[in-house]
Design a protein around this ligand. Sequence first.
Ligand SMILES: Nc1ncnc2c1ncn2[C@@H]1O[C@H](COP(=O)(O)OP(=O)(O)O)[C@@H](O)[C@H]1O
Ligand SMILES: [Mg+2]
Length: 614
Amino acid sequence: MSIAPSAKKPGFSLLKRVFTFAAPYKKKFYASLLLSVLLAVMAPLRPLLIQMTINDGIKNHTASHFINGPGGFIIEITIIQIVLLLVESACRFWFTFTTASLGQSVVKDLRITTYNKIVHLNLSQFDKTPIGTLTTRTINDIESVNDIFSDGLIPIIADMLSIISILTYMFWVDYTNHTHLTLVCLAPFPLLILATYFFKETVNKSFVTVRNAVAKLNAFVQEHITGMGLVQAFASEKREQSKFSNINKDHRNANIKAIFAYSVFFPVVELVSALSIGLLVWWAAKESYASSLLPGGNDPNAANNTAGIITSFILCLNLLFRPLRVIADKFNVLQMGMIASERVFKVIDNQDVMLNQSTYRPLTMAGSIEFKNVAFAYVEDRYVLKDISFKINAGETLAIVGHTGSGKTSVISLINRLYTINSGRIAIDDISIDEYDLDFLRSKIGVVLQDVFLFSGSVLENVTLRNNSIGREEVERAAKLIGMHDFIVQLPGGYDYKVMERGATLSLGQRQLLSFVRALLYDPSILILDEATSSVDSESEALIQNAIDKLIRGRTSIIIAHRLSTIRKADKIMVLDKGEIVEMGSHEELMRKEGAYFQLNKMQFGFNKNNQES
Ligand SMILES: Nc1ncnc2c1ncn2[C@@H]1O[C@H](COP(=O)(O)OP(=O)(O)O)[C@@H](O)[C@H]1O
Ligand SMILES: [Mg+2]
């Protein structure tokens, strides 16, 4: 009948689970429930007091009595009214504050839980899930969960209780006075319920569209700002603009639909409310006139009683309409919150995490590496590595060469268990990598990736990764060894120079060198290096080559090499093709063989061949 998101109503168990996150804040939770009950109990008191003022105060006392008597009934009742009003306001303040702070506390916990979950997810999960989606889960969706507490369920419960309390009072007044005014007032209510239902559905649909449009806007803007260089270089601003304006149009249209629904709904509520009051007055007048015609009627007290009841009921109707006016909104908020929480729980329930149940932490790691019949696929059955077997001894350097897509990066991603192999065995110092404590394993393996990622933060923070146990002197020493120190100190602020997001203000070569400093600081037993393919200027080239030599000294190293100079110095060279090892040996051996490596050399490094090195 309706569109998907509202058709699929998340159930009670989901709500229960959301509330388990409120468990640490039991006090706040029970306080808000208690306040709901208190507010509900107080709701009909003011109408009751008004009724008493009119019927008992004005009717039974002469004017002079209540003006002159200092302890007069009217004065007393007025004081009670004022006190009640103050108490009610205080309770309402406390209620709003408690539910909102409960929501915020839950949001804080939920966000930390979600973030921790995401951090420990298997890397393959990030190949499947767009980054924007995960961002939305941790930021926007969790914000909606807050609304369940501050604008959703608890306020709905409070409103319902108030409504029940007021209706009970009205029926009680009717019962004691032998009237049927409540039923008369409520006659137009089916109309209101119908209007509320249509309003809720329309607004809900529009909000789902608005949210989707917002998500699209976010993704679009994020992606295009990231790729702004490309957009401008290809002069495609116009095309992108029209795409952007289309998404914006969807956003506007959906919002206008919601605004339309609001514009219709509120006047309808006003109409129904006026109708109720009109019916009330009409019926009461009719009844009291009829009763005055009865034998023994014409009792002025009866008319006076009616006056008090009418006034009190008008107040009651106002108190009834106030929550009814917003209850549709609150149900929408609740529904949105539940859809959002369902999404958040999906992230939290993701079982695809790196298992870290092993505890082996040897004192030292020599660093010999052995692959035995290793097969690996990112996606089921599409093997990118087939039957890989090789061994490098501690301290040796292995260079991996091969065409793009041959599986070089994949091989190195397996050693520190970024991905899990499908079959075979990888061992370091003859112990399977599965048996090592994961944090220990990763701390002993230094990785320099092809595209260096820098966080926004200072140079110092970027190379230490905010590890406070690494001192500034240590960083400087490492930077000097790599040959980056002179460059860093001439940056504005030196080591405190703020690197922009993704390191946009540094050149590729500089970023690569910074990541060398990072790797050196962690003093790993095994070094893994995915050389950047892009050519860098000859000065950086020399710096990088020099840095690599320093880095690999005394460590087992695996280098995905594009530089002939790096490859030649390696103890072993592995040639990969379509996920299989086609050749392995030293440079001289492989050149003599005139096989795949020889061909690759001719093709890839032909222009370099005359650059004979010492
Ligand atoms: N995260 C990934 N998810 C799915 N397939 C991938 C992923 N990364 C790489 N591949 C695929 O695995 C194969 C080997 O890639 P890779 O190891 O990066 O090659 P190389 O580093 O030699 O260029 C390629 O066919 C590539 O498309
Ligand atoms: Mg690669």
